[in-house]
Design a binder for this molecule. Structure first.
Ligand code: DX5
Length: 225
């Protein structure tokens, strides 16, 4: 599967719709209006163990990549991400994010890089930021969760903003091009808070797909974060 290249939007945060909140009865129709407005898409993969929810597998990631023509970021909220890296790479994910709390996270980051993909590391709200320090030399993305992973539609946790600011300082200090992604409860207001705290990639689910016009919602954000 040809992998679309991840764009580097200039002067604004990357806007990353979370497919978890899309209309699965009409995925193509749900994603079509976003093709020219979203920077990439995130597929939220849940195994019912690492988080108390089950979502979807590589088949949906492939369908999303095909239907949208956009780059796909696979956020693996799974206990043993090492078992799924090949499948999501084959499905067309160009960026794979594993959780620092998952089994073999470090080995997964190494394998993702070896596969020539971008590697992300995600932190649950309670996981201290210092846990990413050993990986900063090889990561392409750090994901700070602003909700407890597992479900869309939750309220943004403003108490995570100092962690986003600290992550930005850490990344700047590392002197490497590492994206800082925020995921959970992002809407027009919290997008601005997260961007101001240093996020340059925003995952948006419910606020986007529940908007009267998701395209207008993204256009509004493009001008404001
Ligand atoms: C939680 C998911 C959600 C999703 C975004 O595990 O990762 O955060 O991507 O959903 P909203 O934008 O509805 O919080």
């Amino acid at each position: 599967m040809r992998k679309a290249a991840f764009p580097l939007p200039s002067g604004r945060a990357a806007l990353v719709p979370s497919v978890l909140a899309a209309d699965f009865s009409c995925l193509k129709g749900s994603l079509a209006p976003l093709r020219k407005l979203a920077d990439w898409l995130q597929v939220d993969v849940m195994d019912g163990h690492f988080v108390p929810n089950l979502s979807f597998g590589p088949g949906i990631a492939a369908a999303v990549a095909e239907a949208s023509g956009l780059p796909v970021d696979a956020h693996l909220m799974v206990e043993e991400p090492g078992r799924f890296l090949d499948a999501f790479a084959a499905a067309g994910a160009g960026l794979i994010t594993v959780h620092a709390e998952a089994r073999g996270a470090g080995a997964c980051v190494k394998k993702i890089k070896k596969m020539g993909l971008k590697a992300g590391l995600a932190l649950r709200p309670k996981t201290p930021l210092k846990n990413i320090i050993p990986f900063l030399g090889s990561l392409d993305l750090v994901l700070i969760m602003t909700v407890e992973p597992g479900f869309g539609g939750q309220a943004f946790m403003p108490e995570m903003l100092p962690k986003v600011e600290a992550a930005r300082a850490l990344i700047t200090g590392a002197g490497r091009p590492v994206w800082l992604q925020v995921d959970g409860g992002i809407n027009a207001a919290t997008a601005r808070l997260a961007a101001r705290a240093g996020a340059d990639s925003l995952v948006i689910g419910s606020a986007l797909f529940k908007a009267r016009s998701p395209a207008a919602f993204l256009r509004g954000l493009r001008g404001g974060v």
